[in-house]
Design a protein. Structure first.
Length: 151
């Protein structure tokens, strides 16, 4: 089993969702609220098969940030809580819109701000790359959610 690889920047967004406490975990599903609070996504899993109705997972078929965040909370992917704290309170919807969904540019703006504040971005980048490599080796599968993304 393998998953379609997301843009690496979705890991940063997953860290924000966790840091902001925007995930409500239940036995076989989780609600994930968007960074601007306007949308709520549903992540479901059963016997190693995951689905989510976020736009990336539903339309593009790769792991969106809600799925990545759930996998982190389930300890299927690494989660560094100190790094997650750096990503509190980021409105990714506004940031990604500003950069016309060029996710690398949005993350670069955040990282430039971190660097200007004296935060060691090399440590963050190393951890993000580690999680990305773990995604490559996940032993889960994904399927399209039965629910369309919220509008």
């Amino acid at each position: 089993m393998s998953v379609k690889m997301p843009p690496i920047e979705k890991i940063h967004e997953a860290y924000s969702a966790i840091a902001d406490g925007r995930i409500v975990m239940r036995e076989t599903e989780a609600d994930v609220t968007s960074s601007d609070g306007a949308k709520q996504y549903l992540v479901k899993w059963n016997e190693g098969v995951y689905s989510s109705n976020d736009n990336a997972s539903y339309w593009k078929g790769y792991l969106g940030y809600p799925l990545i965040a759930v996998l982190m909370l389930q300890k299927k992917l690494s989660l560094d809580s100190e790094i997650a704290d750096y990503f509190k309170g980021i409105n990714w919807k506004a940031l990604n819109t500003k950069h016309k969904n060029k996710f690398a540019e949005a993350v670069q703006e955040i990282m430039d701000g971190f660097a200007a504040s004296g935060i060691d971005c090399d440590i963050i980048n190393k951890e993000i790359k580690k999680v990305y490599q773990e995604i490559e080796h996940l032993t889960i599968s994904t399927k399209r959610s039965a629910l369309r993304p919220p509008r």
